[in-house]
Design a protein around this ligand. Sequence first.
Ligand code: ARG
Length: 587
Amino acid sequence: MTAVPSLSSSVHQRLSAALAAALPEAAGADPLLRRSDRADLQANGLLALAKRLKGNPRDLAARVAAEVDTEGLIRDIEVSGPGFLNITLTDEALVRTLAGRAADERLGVPFAAAPGTMLIEYSGPNVAKEMHVGHLRSTVIGDTLARIMDFRGEKVIRRNHIGDWGTQFGMLIQYLTEHPGELDHEGGEGAGEAAMSRLGRLYRDARAVFDGDAEFKERARRRVVDLQAGEPEARALWQRIVDESKLYFNAVYDRLGVLLTDEDVVGESAYNADLAALSDELEESGVAVRSDGALCVFFDDVRGPDGERVPLIVRKADGGFGYAATDLAAIRNRVGVLGADTVLYIVDARQALHFKMVFETARRAGWLPDGVAHHLPFGTVLGKDGKPFKTRSGETVRLMDLLDEAVEHAAGVVAEKAPDLPADEAAARARDVGVGAVKYADLSTSRTRDYVFDLDRMVSLTGDTSVYIQYAHARVRSILRRAAAQDTPAAAAHPELALAPAERALALHLDEFGDTLEAVAATYEPHKLAAYLYGLASQLTTFYDQCPVLSADDAATVANRLFLCELTARTLAQGLALLGIEAPERL
Ligand code: ARG
């Protein structure tokens, strides 16, 4: 709290700095300012500080209260309880600060103090297979983090580490060789979904022959060898399967409105050429050792139920490379070649041990400095029965079906709110609302927790949903439109006015936008932004109830309230955009 606050600092930050200046010996201590119902903010940090300085917390608090430079910032400061400070800000400081924010395109959100190169890996679906809800979570969380980090001025590299390699391709390629028409099609509408159903059929048919015909199995096995050796026909068929899958992935990304493109796809296969040298290097340096013919890395703290150490297998006994080798090559490339100083893996919690072993191996090999790689695990999506989300017949839920269903639900809400809308506009709005609801339900849950997939709750107009926030945004936009159409004073900050309680509450909440994004970036937790936006929408609702805008008593109050409305609308829209959720002008 020693940094000199810039003009775009929040009132909150300026207050922290003023408190710090009143207590020079407390350099670096956090005053722990929190919103309070006794005052605007309460500082609880003096308790810990008094302990450290071996002083009396109430005395310390009294000294700060007496010496702090109120600078037009603080209206009232008093000691309470065992050594808390209750602080009330001046209305003027609040409105002036917000006016400064409003003058900035970025709403005064500061850039990261030391931006770097941040590689964010997310989505990672598997070729020739349906994406499942786990991939949905990864895609939605990763995309939000990429947007937020980019907004903060980090150089963001997005990576989609698709599963496009492995022995299963031998089976698919061999089947295609023997049934050349299997993937033929005419293209056209719904190409992504059609591609997936063709791939699904290919997979099923190939599997059936593979399981029932020993000779086919042998032919398939030889095709794996061909593929790995780069034999042109095998390679071409493999490419066809990959391309077909990308059609499907892109259709899902498009539907979801995420940023991923083909340029971000660097799948497992991309690292093939590195694997032989990589494993030799690990063996020569002694990081990996031979065990039963395989090349392995061992860890004292990774053991099976029998107490035996469970290794990370770099190269199998038959000479083949698997998932682990690819991830080692990927991390070496990301840090060593791409120069990433932060690498985030948005992958479900069940792969935690895999990443622990991969990171530790890369660290031992000297490819990965401490603190660079982070596995950001997430919890499971559950059905209403509390078990992992599956269809009634126990299959993985098709993502497209799920999004269709959400949009259908949303169409009901839109029809209720705006019954006279032309059909195409209603459809567009239902899409924004339905897809947004699915994303928001995911992002508003703290990342590591499981959640229940319940469309009725997700698309509800009340409660902690994106629809509620989108609706608040549309409502405030409608007031601004009405103001523009009438002969009302233009929105303008009036710091000289005394604020009503609901105006102060709204203003204090607006003040926290930049700090919230900072917290999201520090902990990689988008749910803090979701909670912030829900809080803002709620404050706005109270403000409407208590403070007439267009019919306020005098011109200055109208202008000031319109100013608060406008800043709230922009903050809601910016926040939703960072979550990857549309903010329609009307709902
Ligand atoms: N394809 C994997 C799966 O479906 C996810 C990829 C995870 N990323 C990685 N670098 N291993 O489980």
